[in-house]
Design a protein around this ligand. Structure first.
Ligand code: ATP
Ligand code: MG
Ligand code: MG
Ligand code: MG
Length: 461
């Protein structure tokens, strides 16, 4: 019998506790006091100031299972969902951290010991990369760990990790798992590395620098360690499946999704997309985000609408997305009590947004399909993308998602021109434009967000 995701999470935290690490709870998806980052995208985010030396804790070693969202900013996997076996918009990152305590040698040894001894993974299936400049890490891997040089390589950008454009960063070493010859893909650094055969499971970052807005890198007060391993990816390995979507945590969610949209086609890609999106959307709402037309709220709205569109494609007859919260709570409510507590609130927010989008979705889809049928070439014109956005509430990435399914692209520049023209018209008329999206009724109260739209939408659409 395989290890469940919950057992893996537990084993990880236990292992690092044994090594003197403090178990720290996951922080919110919305970083506290950090305007440089929209969403928590890694386990280190809640420790950023500790790395920078401006905050102190009463421990120098920590471990966590951190909820993460990668749907905007430097780390954005929204477009990968449904296309790779390993990317989610929401996932859990297992991590261990050293704040000026241990460094490369212990960090590498811990990771290797956990994988090969605690989890018992065969060494021949693990591949390792280090930063091309990092002779020390190379020496540790080759001489102390004894990793086979055949499965070892030195890379450049992929082995330098940063939280965002600014903040802590440093060279890293990564461990990959070979899912076997029946899966397409090539080893790290090869042209086929983006296939699903060699999956990056663990990144061990040697935090050494702070990057400022002008790109300058200054050394951190103390060399530190930050690691991240995707729970879903290591669960796939331990459960002998080749896709994250086949692990235990997704099974009930996929079934609930199929039932809610009324399909029996369990292999459908849209099903996986929806199962992914219900996780990010629910957790974002739990952490206080509401659908809106800017910032984090607009990312949430875009993800909800993408999910609704995929449900529509599968034949959903009415609101279905909010019905999946129950299955999610069953799966994750124990690890995240805040999710269970806010179940009905999450359902209400999703239902509201679904109902709102339902009013225009069918008409918009008809317009889009007509445009696609009448298309000369492979690029959907900016005017069409704009009309879908402006009149039917289609975020432009949703239109791009449909386009991609038809092996088409959208005219981004043309769309941006239309947006600019609209801003111009509004400025000339001396007023703000407001669309039907903007009146969002929540818990009896109408919040009108349209006035924020104009100045900020350039950065959010
Ligand atoms: P990839 O190259 O596969 O996109 P990454 O290099 O961007 O991954 P890191 O920033 O190094 O990922 O994050 C640390 C770990 O978190 C990864 O090794 C992986 O196990 C996990 N991870 C990263 N992004 C995702 C995602 N979108 N969904 C699930 N797990 C992820
Ligand atoms: Mg990535
Ligand atoms: Mg990578
Ligand atoms: Mg990585």
């Amino acid at each position: 019998k395989y290890m469940t995701s919950a057992e893996i999470r537990q084993a990880f935290l236990e292992f690092f506790k044994q090594q003197g690490h403090e178990i720290v709870a996951s922080s919110s998806l919305i970083p506290a006091n950090d305007p440089t980052l929209m969403f928590t995208n890694a386990g280190m985010v809640q420790f950023k100031d500790v790395f920078l030396g401006t905050d102190k804790r009463n421990y120098t070693r920590a471990t966590s299972s951190q909820r993460c969202v990668r749907a905007g900013g430097k780390h954005n996997d929204l477009e990968n969902v449904g296309y790779t076996a390993r990317h989610h918009t929401f996932f859990e990152m297992l991590g261990n951290f050293s704040f000026g305590d241990y460094f490369k040698q212990d960090a590498i040894n811990f990771a290797w010991t956990f994988l090969t001894e605690t989890l018992g993974l065969p060494k021949e299936r693990l591949w390792v990369t280090v930063h091309h400049s990092d002779d020390e890490a190379e020496r540790i891997w080759k001489e102390e760990i004894g990793v086979d040089p055949e499965r070892f390589s030195k890379l450049d950008e992929d082995n330098f990790w940063s939280m965002g454009d600014t903040g802590p960063c440093g060279p890293c070493t990564e461990i990959f798992f070979d899912h076997g010859a029946d899966v397409w893909g090539g080893p790290p650094g090869s042209p086929e590395e983006d296939g699903d055969r060699y999956i990056e499971i663990w990144n061990v970052v040697f935090m050494q620098y702070n990057r400022s807005a002008d790109g300058e890198m200054t050394p951190l007060p103390k060399p530190s360690v930050d690691t991240g391993m995707g729970l879903e990816r290591i669960a796939a390995v331990m459960q002998n499946v080749h896709s994250n979507y086949e692990i235990d945590m997704f099974q009930n969610l996929l079934k609930a999704t199929a039932a809610a949209v009324g399909t029996t086609d369990m292999d459908n890609k849209s099903l996986r997309v929806i199962a992914d999106h219900i996780r990010s959307c629910s957790f974002l709402i739990v952490d206080g985000v509401l659908p809106s037309n800017e910032g984090a709220g607009y990312v949430l709205r875009r993800i909800i609408r993408r999910a609704v569109r995929h449900g529509n494609k599968l034949g959903a007859k009415g609101p279905f997305f909010n019905q999946l919260v129950e299955a999610l709570v069953k799966e994750m409510g124990e690890a995240y009590p805040e999710l269970a507590e806010k179940q009905s609130q999450v359902e209400r927010v999703l239902l509201k947004e679904e109902e709102q989008f339902a009013k225009t979705l069918d008409h918009g889809m008809r317009l889009l399909h007509e445009a696609i049928e009448g298309l000369d070439g492979t690029v959907i014109p900016g005017e069409t993308v704009f009309k879908l956005y402006d009149t039917y509430g289609f975020p432009h990435d949703l239109t791009a998602d449909v386009a991609r399914e038809h092996e088409l692209t959208i005219d981004e520049e043309g769309f941006e021109r239309e947006m600019e023209a609209q801003r111009e018209r509004a400025r000339a008329a001396g007023k703000f434009s407001v669309d039907y999206n903007d009146a969002i009724k929540l818990e009896g109260e109408t919040s009108f967000t349209g006035y924020e739209l104009l100045e900020s939408d350039a950065s959010t659409v």
